[in-house]
Design a protein around this ligand. Structure first.
Ligand SMILES: [Zn+2]
Length: 454
C-alpha cells in the first residue's frame, strides 16, 4: 500500500470510529446532570443498606448497579476551617468548587462574598434546574446550590432566593419558611411565598396525590411544615417517596431542549444517624437508593445524562459490630431485628415524653422494636447515662442511651451523635463519569460537573 492509500485508510478509520461513538461519549459531554447526595451517608450506611437489600429484600442496590456500570472514587471533604464538616460547607464545596467555612451557604472563605454555583451557571446558559430533598427544601444541602447567606439558619432568605433564581422544580419539606407567621409559618416579613410562587408560574402542591396530578413546567412541592417524615414512618402519611418526587422532577425537567441540572438529596439519612437510629438510617438509605434507580432508568433512556452519587459527610460514626449479648465477635448486624422495627426513634421519643419510667421504656422498646431489654438496661435509658457523660455533644434525650443499650441486640455501634471525617464514596455513570476515579476532594466534583456540561 502506498503512502497516500495508508493516509486514506487512517483518515477513514478515525472518521468512522468517531461517527460510531455516541456524541456524549466522545467529548465526555452531558446534556443533563443528576447529582444525588445521601446526606450523612458514609460507607457503613451503604454497607448496612446493601446487606439489608440483599439478605432481607432479596435484591441488589441500585447504587451497586451504578458502581458496576460506571466509575467509583474515594472522596474526602475537609473544609476551609475544619476537618469535620457540616452540610452547608460540604454542599457549597460541591456546588462551587471552592473550600468553604462551616454554616455559610456558598460564600467564599471570608464568609460574606457569594461564590457562583453550578446551578446558577447552567441557569445563565438557559438550562432548567431542580432541587429535591426529604429534608427541608431550605435546608443546607439544597440551599447551597441556589442561595447565598452568611448562616444556614436564615431559611426565610433561602426560600426567597430559591424562588428568585427561578429553580423550576423545588420539592421537599419546611413549608414554614414560605408562610408568614399569621399562617402558622416562620416568615417575619409577612410575605406568603406560596402565593408569590403561583403568581410566578409555579404549580404549588402539598401531597402525593397533588404531585401526581400537577401540570406545568414549574413545580413547588412542599409536603410538610417541618422535614418530611422518615421512610419508616411514611406509610401513615400522604407524603410522596423520594423516588416519586425524583420521577416527577425528571419528567418536568427533561422537557427542556437545552438540558437540566438536578440535585436530589436523601436528606434524612443524616437525621436518623444523628439520633443513632439504625432502622431509620437503613430505610432512608434504601429510599435514597430507589431514587437512584429512577435516575438510572432515566439515564438509560437518555444516555447523554451524567449521574453522580455521593454524600456530603458521614454522620454517627456508624459501625456494624460483631458481638451479640451472648456471643463474642463475628456475628454482625441483626437484619431481622431491623426488619421488625416499626417506627423511627423520633416517634419513639415522642411517645417516651419527658421523664419516662424504666417500665415505660421496656414496654415501648418491645412494642416498636420487638426487643426485650433488661430492667438494668431500661434504667440506663431512664437515667440517660450515656448523654450525661458528654452533655454538650449528645443532642436528643434518651436516644443515645437507648442506642447504646441496643448495641448488642442490633449489633450496630455509633461513635458519635454528629458528623465524622470518615471518607466517603463518589460514583457515577454517563458522560463525564470517567473522571470519577481514584482519590477526589469534594471540590473536584464541581469541576467534573462543569466540564461535562460545557
Ligand atoms: Zn447532620
Amino acid at each position: 500500500m502506498n503512502t497516500q492509500r495508508w493516509g486514506r485508510w487512517i483518515a477513514c478509520y478515525f472518521v468512522c470510529g468517531i461517527l460510531l461513538l455516541p456524541i456524549g461519549a466522545l467529548a465526555g459531554q452531558a446534556k443533563n446532570v443528576i447529582l444525588l447526595i445521601g446526606d450523612g451517608m458514609g460507607p457503613s450506611h451503604v454497607g448496612a443498606a446493601w446487606l439489608y437489600s440483599n439478605r432481607i429484600l432479596d435484591k441488589d442496590l441500585k447504587m451497586v448497579e451504578v458502581m458496576k456500570a460506571g466509575r467509583t472514587a474515594y472522596l474526602v471533604n475537609d473544609t476551609a476551617d475544619a476537618i469535620v464538616t457540616e452540610s452547608a460547607a460540604a454542599a457549597g464545596q460541591i456546588a462551587t468548587g471552592q473550600k468553604m467555612t462551616a454554616r455559610a451557604l456558598s460564600m467564599a472563605a471570608d464568609g460574606k462574598t457569594p461564590v457562583k454555583t453550578i446551578m446558577e451557571m447552567v441557569k445563565a446558559k438557559g438550562l432548567v434546574t431542580g432541587l429535591v430533598t426529604t429534608s427541608g427544601i431550605t435546608d443546607a444541602t439544597p440551599a447551597a446550590f441556589a442561595a447565598h447567606v452568611p448562616h444556614r439558619s436564615d431559611e426565610a432568605s433561602v426560600a426567597d432566593q430559591e424562588l428568585k433564581l427561578g429553580v423550576e422544580v423545588l420539592m421537599g419539606g419546611r413549608k414554614q419558611f414560605f408562610l408568614p407567621e399569621i399562617s402558622a409559618g416562620k416568615r417575619k416579613d409577612g410575605r406568603n411565598l406560596l402565593d408569590e410562587a403561583r403568581a410566578a408560574g409555579y404549580t404549588v402542591v402539598g401531597d402525593a396525590e397533588e404531585l401526581k396530578a400537577a401540570e406545568g413546567s414549574k413545580i413547588l412541592g412542599l409536603f410538610n411544615m417541618g422535614n418530611m417524615v422518615y421512610e419508616i414512618d411514611r406509610p401513615s402519611t400522604m407524603e410522596p417517596s423520594l423516588a416519586e418526587m425524583t420521577a416527577r422532577a425528571l419528567q418536568v425537567l427533561s422537557k427542556s431542549p437545552k438540558g437540566f441540572f438536578a440535585m436530589i438529596e436523601g436528606g434524612r439519612i443524616d437525621h436518623a444517624a444523628h439520633r443513632n437510629d439504625a432502622a431509620a438510617t437503613i430505610l432512608d438509605t434504601l429510599a435514597f437508593d430507589e431514587a437512584i434507580g429512577v435516575a438510572l432508568d432515566f439515564q438509560r433512556r437518555n444516555p447523554d445524562t451524567l449521574i453522580i452519587v455521593t454524600a456530603d459527610h458521614e454522620t454517627g460514626g456508624m459501625a456494624l459490630i460483631g458481638h451479640s449479648k451472648d456471643s463474642k465477635e463475628y456475628v454482625g448486624i441483626d437484619l431481622a431485628a431491623i426488619r421488625k422495627t416499626t417506627a423511627s426513634f423520633e416517634v419513639i421519643a415522642g411517645d417516651l415524653g419527658k421523664n419516662p419510667t424504666p417500665e415505660k421504656i421496656k414496654e415501648l422498646v418491645k412494642a416498636y422494636l420487638a426487643i426485650e431489654i433488661t430492667d438494668d438496661e431500661a434504667t440506663i435509658v431512664a437515667n440517660d447515662t450515656i448523654r450525661k457523660l458528654e452533655p454538650a455533644n449528645y443532642s436528643y434525650p434518651y436516644l443515645h442511651s437507648l442506642a447504646f443499650v441496643l448495641r448488642p441486640y442490633l449489633r450496630v455501634g455509633w461513635g458519635s451523635q454528629t458528623h465524622t471525617a470518615s471518607p466517603l464514596l463518589a460514583f457515577g455513570t454517563g458522560p463525564g463519569s470517567e473522571r470519577i476515579v481514584g482519590f477526589l476532594h469534594n471540590t473536584q466534583l464541581f469541576e467534573i460537573m462543569k466540564t461535562a456540561m460545557e
